[in-house]
Design a protein. Structure first.
Length: 227
């Protein structure tokens, strides 16, 4: 599997060295030298990890990392690069959600090993975590939160929502949803609507924006609430 990495560093020599080295190691690499521009790239593209310098024009690394964590759209791992070698700076980095911290000057093989370790931890930690916008489902704990608020779903509501999340942004047909609940022996057609209604009461009613949308004649889909 090829991993995609974004490097955010305003020192062009360091940036070029990291990019060349990681590409030789088989990574797909994008690079930018501005924190604000980096946020735009992250919003537009998929990355498995960000290597982020602390001191950046446009938006510093701490602010950028904090914004990524506050959005909670994606559990995107971050390795912070910095010339500041004080305990206070390192603790501040971890407070805003940095996964690892590497002090300049550093050896490229060490950065490579740190990246591999963080990606391995991230895969292990998040393989049971499904995220759509501000909706998160932990399939290991069987917990669902929206905008940080814990939702209490019944068993059938949980099954329906898991199917909708796994198919997002696509549509899940009435037949797929019905089969997930009752197999080959579904009750009358009104039963599915009843369970969708109950799910909407828990998922959508407490919030301003509905996430479950009806697709007439086909089924239902989730629409991400990123506001």
């Amino acid at each position: 599997m090829t991993h995609s990495v974004l490097i955010v560093e305003d020192n062009r020599d360091i940036l070029a060295s990291i990019v060349d080295y990681l590409e030789l190691k088989g990574f797909e690499v994008d690079a930018i030298d501005n924190g604000q521009a980096a946020l735009g790239l992250i919003q537009q593209n998929h990355y498995d990890l960000v290597v982020l310098d602390l001191g950046l024009p446009g938006m510093d690394g701490l602010t950028l990392c904090q914004q990524l964590r506050e959005r909670d759209r994606n559990p995107l791992p971050v390795i912070m690069l910095t010339a500041r070698d004080t305990l206070e700076d390192r603790l501040r980095g971890f407070e805003v959600g940095t996964d690892d911290y590497l002090v300049k000057p550093f050896a490229l093989p060490e950065l490579y090993e740190r990246i591999k370790a963080v990606l391995k931890r991230a895969t292990r930690s998040y393989e049971h975590r499904l995220v759509v916008g501000k909706l998160t489902m932990d399939t290991e704990k069987r917990q669902v939160t929206r905008n940080g608020q814990l939702l209490k779903l019944d068993r059938k509501g949980y099954v329906l929502l898991e199917l909708l999340i796994k198919h997002w942004p696509g549509v899940v047909s009435h037949q797929q949803l019905s089969y997930a609940l009752w197999g080959d022996e579904p009750p009358d057609s009104g039963a599915l609507k009843s369970h969708i209604y109950r799910l909407r009461q828990m998922l959508d009613q407490p919030f301003n924006t509905p996430m479950i949308h009806n697709v007439p004649g086909t089924g239902y889909k989730l629409v991400a609430d990123d506001n």
